[in-house]
Design a protein around this ligand. Structure first.
Ligand SMILES: NC(=O)c1ccc[n+]([C@@H]2O[C@H](COP(=O)([O-])OP(=O)(O)OC[C@H]3O[C@@H](n4cnc5c(N)ncnc54)[C@H](O)[C@@H]3O)[C@@H](O)[C@H]2O)c1
Length: 256
């Protein structure tokens, strides 16, 4: 029998228009979740909502959201609560990747990566916590293996993802008495739009910044669907005793 772990559960997913967020949305929809899908790409999330409704018969609402804008984060959570009056899972997934020689990066670029990848999560979680405490719900945030191991030419990105990991563990401890779980997933390289158009920085680049997955061929990447199952597990009651966990999903890219 197919899993139905999200019947009568409401999940809010940011960055759900494409890639890992889209795959996670469809995975939760397949298991019965009611969805609020948020993204700056409104047309994109509207399409994913239509796909979720048509393929799985669930209710899915699209919300325009800009992770760079504090007010937008608050409005998104408020809209989700106005629609359904509850929130069971919050999946913080919207993110950007910027890379260049560290010496060429500006303070403004560093700040933008932090604002979108990390600070936005502060504002969303702040706004969502009362509802999550009421439902004894959970938060799953998208970090990265870069947040554990670092990555050449993307120090701001790696540092923002390390921040997600530290925040996840800290909040898991602080909110355990209220029954709210916090976990993070660290994908390795995944074929999504985040890397579209990126050129090698210099001759050294492929050698030092691309570590092949040991489960796949040399230059192959994982697919968004390879990551979605981990989100579904952590957001579900199957993980009711899991909090403060940081799960690497990278096809053995970073071990050995
Ligand atoms: N693809 C990888 O190799 C990889 C590896 C590790 C971690 N990640 C992380 O996975 C998450 C999802 O990325 P993806 O790989 O699926 O790429 P993606 O580009 O397909 O998806 C990112 C989504 O975030 C949205 N987004 C970006 N900036 C936004 C903003 N300011 N406001 C609202 N939405 C915004 C995009 O529109 C898009 O829908 C990111 O946090 C990324 O850092 C990706």
């Amino acid at each position: 029998m197919a899993l139905r772990r999200f019947d009568n559960k409401v999940a809010l997913i940011t960055g759900a228009a494409t890639g890992i967020g889209r795959a996670t949305a469809l995975r939760l929809a397949a298991e019965g979740a009611t969805l609020i899908l948020a993204d700056r790409n409104v047309e994109g999330v509207e399409k994913v909502c239509a796909e979720a409704a048509t393929s799985f018969g669930v209710r899915a609402d699209a919300v325009g959201y800009d992770a760079a804008d504090t007010a937008s984060a608050r409005a998104m959570v408020d809209k989700a609560l106005a629609l359904h009056g509850r929130l069971d899972s919050l999946i913080n997934n919207a993110g950007i990747y910027r890379r260049d020689h560290f010496a060429k990066q500006t303070g403004d670029e560093w700040a933008l990566v932090f604002r979108i990848n990390l600070e936005s999560v502060f504002h969303i979680v702040h706004q969502a916590l009362p509802a999550l405490a009421a439902s004894r719900g959970n938060v799953v945030s998208t970090a990265s293996t870069a947040g554990i191991d670092g990555i050449a030419y993307a120090a701001a990105y790696a540092a923002s993802k390390a921040g997600i990991i530290a925040m996840t563990k800290s909040l898991a401890t602080e909110y355990a008495p209220k029954g709210v779980r916090f976990n993070a997933i660290c994908p390795g390289r995944v074929r999504t739009e985040i890397g579209t158009g990126l050129q090698p920085i210099d001759d050294q680049d492929p050698a030092i910044s691309v570590r092949p997955s040991k489960l796949l061929g040399k230059m192959e990447t994982g697919e968004p669907e390879d990551i979605a199952g981990a989100f579904a597990y952590l957001a579900s009651d199957d993980a009711s005793y899991v909090s403060g966990a940081v799960i690497v999903v990278d096809g053995a890219q970073t071990v050995g």
